[in-house]
Ligand binder design. Structure first.
Ligand SMILES: Cc1ncc(COP(=O)(O)O)c(C=O)c1O
Length: 399
């Protein structure tokens, strides 16, 4: 059982705001900020390279922590600056190493995030391939049977957002991985776990994807400017990141270089070690709480929010899926105005605009949403305040 009082005592921001924007950027626990600041102070005191050398063991431990979080060998983990950087580096490696030809197909989930679809569209434009959306099933998540029917040898990439930014649904990335394997699909499988990391347990072995991308600052509660990618052995064996720097490869003779054997080939040489150590502290904190415990608590709060928001005239809960995350989305008159009104009352939520997931929004005729995303440290009393304020703002906007 989680000790909510302790979670809150560990989280200084709880004293200042009702933070229901954990899908944006969560309130970090004190240990995360302390870890970052301590390392920055050390850089100030003895120099950046020297502080890094001193922290070598703690830096290595961050890879081990992330590996534990996703149940993967640590050699498959790369630490990067964002989920987008992680996702892009996976795609860059695939695009550099494969001959993508006219008529090849990239399949994406209907609720796919814009930053994943845009580079696939770029690649499609350059090669003559095409991007296709996998239809949703009856519960509003990726229809795995329909995916099975779409698969053929021209499908080169399958990209799935595990937990979309703009809906509480959770796609069955294990079932999708199984479908690719059952069909013997040669496609590269990319999973965007940006919003699920920290609230849903992830098992790289069971998902069986080639690239899993994640960010530090959302449900994991790490510092901004952190992220990670976890890759398959197949990606390491058959694809090469482009471009490589002197951290990802070694220049061994005038005409030759040797690629790093592990996933660190996807990293850049320069990084914020303060932020990286902060990410490690966040992962350890989440693992210490227990991801399943966090999920259960977040689910209670999210379900309660959905139930109560649905009762407000003029508000419609938009979340789909039989399994749901801590992302609660509603349509209401003037969603951006509601988010601003809540913010003015010290309640943080966010506005999801249609261009973040154009296909999904268009398919459901939605033009903008209020996203309310609780974390385990939120309380029922905070939900009461948020629901009452939101209800008043919706009433006022109708006048
Ligand atoms: C589903 C999803 N994927 C990817 C991203 C991008 O993450 P980052 O900003 O860390 O690159 C986001 C950000 O909101 C997201 O919600």
């Amino acid at each position: 059982m989680l000790d909510i009082e302790k979670l809150r005592a560990d989280t200084p921001g709880c004293a200042n705001v009702v933070h229901l924007n954990n899908a944006g950027s969560a309130l970090p626990p004190r240990i995360v900020t302390d870890t970052v600041v301590t390392h920055l102070r050390r850089e100030e005191e003895i120099g950046g390279y020297e502080a890094h050398a001193e922290a070598a063991d703690r830096v290595a431990a961050v890879y081990a922590s992330v590996a534990r979080l996703v149940n993967a060998p640590r050699e498959r983990v790369a630490l990067v600056e964002s989920a987008t950087a992680a996702w892009d580096r996976g795609l860059q490696a695939i695009a550099f190493s494969e001959d993508i030809e006219p008529g090849d197909r990239f399949l994406v989930s209907a609720a796919e995030y814009a930053s994943n679809v845009i580079p696939l569209l770029q690649l499609a434009q350059r090669t003559g391939a095409q991007v296709e959306f996998i239809p949703d099933g009856v519960d509003g998540t990726v229809d795995i049977e329909a995916l099975g029917h779409m698969l053929d040898e021209r499908v080169r990439i399958v990209a799935i957002t595990h937990a979309p930014s703009q809906n509480g649904l959770l796609n069955d990335v294990v079932g999708i991985g199984d479908m690719l394997r059952i069909n013997g699909s040669p496609a590269w499988y990319i999973v965007d776990a940006c919003q699920s990391t920290g609230q849903i347990s992830l098992d790289m072995g069971r998902i069986g994807c080639d690239v899993l991308s994640a960010t530090g600052r959302k449900f994991l509660r790490g510092p901004r400017g952190t992220g990670f990618m976890v890759v398959s052995q197949r990606l390491l064996d058959d694809a090469q990141p482009f471009p490589l720097d002197l951290h990802g490869a070694t220049w061994v003779s005038d005409q030759e270089f040797a690629v790093q054997p592990d996933a660190r080939r996807f990293e850049s040489w320069e990084k914020s070690y303060a932020a990286l150590l902060g990410l490690g502290a966040a992962v350890d904190y989440a693992l210490g709480c227990g991801i399943d415990e966090l999920r259960a608590r977040i689910d209670v709060l999210a379900q309660e929010l959905r139930r109560r928001l649905d009762e407000i005239p003029g508000v419609q809960v938009r979340d789909r899926g039989s399994e749901r995350t801590g992302i609660v989305t509603i349509s209401a008159p003037d969603p951006a105005g509601i988010v601003a009104g809540l913010r003015a009352e010290g309640i943080n939520t966010s506005y999801s605009p249609p261009d973040y997931a154009r296909h999904d929004f268009a398919q459901h005729g939605i033009t903008g949403l209020v996203r309310i995303s609780p974390h385990a440290y939120n309380t029922e009393a905070e939900l009461d305040r948020a629901v009452a304020t939101l209800s008043r703002l919706v009433r006022e906007s109708g006048r």
